[in-house]
Design a protein around this ligand. Structure first.
Ligand code: FAQ
Length: 311
């Protein structure tokens, strides 16, 4: 049975009202948001690494400038999202420590390596494409600060997606070897991109409650299907083949039928055993340790300024 406060809270959610930081909220709602927004923030920060790997090796100055701007945007998204999480009463330091100790997750996708320049195309096209599919509905999520952060983030993600698709277009219209690299990138990133939407609905432990609270607007499978439906024609336009022999248009459902990802690989990656998990966390740990003096200096500076104001 719900308490009267929780009943009134659910009525606000059902009426489509936004919940703001100082409003009453059930503890479970707060915890779920801290988990999801925190994981989302960590994903943006760790998500800089696979593309950061290619900034120094971009083929032209224009490509380098675009990639640099894109990766910098991801850092900005991480910062907005940490701020949104802070409104729920958790500090950024706390969240970072939970990431580094392995208590908090970040998106599985960033545990795969980026082996060639074509991967920059595939990441922008598929990874940012999947991120948009997931984040556009989150602009209507029930928690005000999260919903508002999503508005700007989605605008930037659309630029990222086009930037990636543009790289793919250049590759498929290049030499035979460049086209082969584009196909190889698609082959490696297709299933990891499908896994970004989370486990299939029957294994999604949080979906039912998160949807009742309108933290999530769609189920994992709904968004995955939407992504497949939108991406298949884009692959056709590029002249590339989705690595799924069972992929076919289903007249009756009006959707593509496709082969599910290998879920044992997904659970393995989120348990910490993907190809790059250790490397990604080591890089973040190093950045955190080497940035300690900056954080200390900023706190000292703020205290000095406050003392001066009081005097
Ligand atoms: N990776 O019950 P559910 C980006 C975990 S886009 C890792 O279905 P939920 C932009 C889940 O946490 C990527 N873990 O969970 C960019 C839970 O474990 P827990 C970030 C995953 O929360 C582009 C367990 O599995 N976007 O960064 C994944 O209801 C390019 C059970 O799953 C977001 O975070 C996964 N893929 O639904 C940056 C979007 N999927 O926590 C740089 C916001 C599931 O109990 C470059 N998040 N798990 O230990 C969401 O929409 C949701 O949290 C889902 C998962 C849909 C990801």
């Amino acid at each position: 049975e719900m308490s009267p406060e929780d009943r009134a809270f659910q009525d606000r959610i059902d009426a489509g009202e936004k919940i703001e930081p100082k409003d009453y909220m059930p503890e479970g709602y707060r915890k779920t948001l801290i988990r999801q927004i925190g994981q989302h923030a960590h994903s943006e920060i760790v998500g800089q690494l696979p593309e950061g790997n290619w900034i120094t090796r971009a083929p032209t100055l224009e490509r380098k400038a675009n990639l640099l701007a894109k990766v910098q945007d991801e850092a900005g998204h991480g910062l907005y999202l940490y701020c949104a999480a802070e409104t729920l009463g958790v500090s950024r330091d706390d969240l970072t420590e939970q990431l580094l100790s392995g208590k908090m997750k970040y998106s599985s996708i960033f545990n795969y390596p980026t082996l060639t320049w074509a991967d920059m195309g595939a990441v922008g096209w598929l990874v940012d494409g999947a991120a948009i599919m997931n984040q556009v509905p989150l602009q209507r999520t029930s928690y005000g600060p999260y919903a508002r952060a999503m508005v700007r983030i989605c605008k930037e993600e659309s630029f990222h997606q086009r930037q990636g698709f543009h790289i793919m277009m250049a590759m498929v219209n290049g030499t035979a070897e460049q086209k082969r690299m584009a196909q190889d990138a698609l082959n490696r990133f297709w299933y990891p991109a499908l896994m970004m939407f989370g486990p299939s609905d029957k294994d999604s432990v949080h979906s039912a409650q998160s949807m009742a609270w309108k933290i999530k607007i769609n189920t994992n499978d709904e968004l995955r299907q939407k992504f497949v439906d939108e991406t298949v024609p884009q692959a056709e336009y590029l002249g590339l083949t989705i690595p799924d022999e069972a992929l076919s248009w289903n007249e009756e459902t009006g959707h593509y039928d496709f082969t599910e990802p290998d879920w044992s690989e997904f659970f393995d990656v989120i348990a910490g055993n993907g190809p790059c998990n250790t490397d990604r966390l080591n890089v973040r740990q190093k950045a955190w340790d080497e940035g300690a003096w900056v954080r200390e200096a900023m706190v000292a500076h703020a205290e000095k300024k406050r003392a001066r104001k009081l005097a």
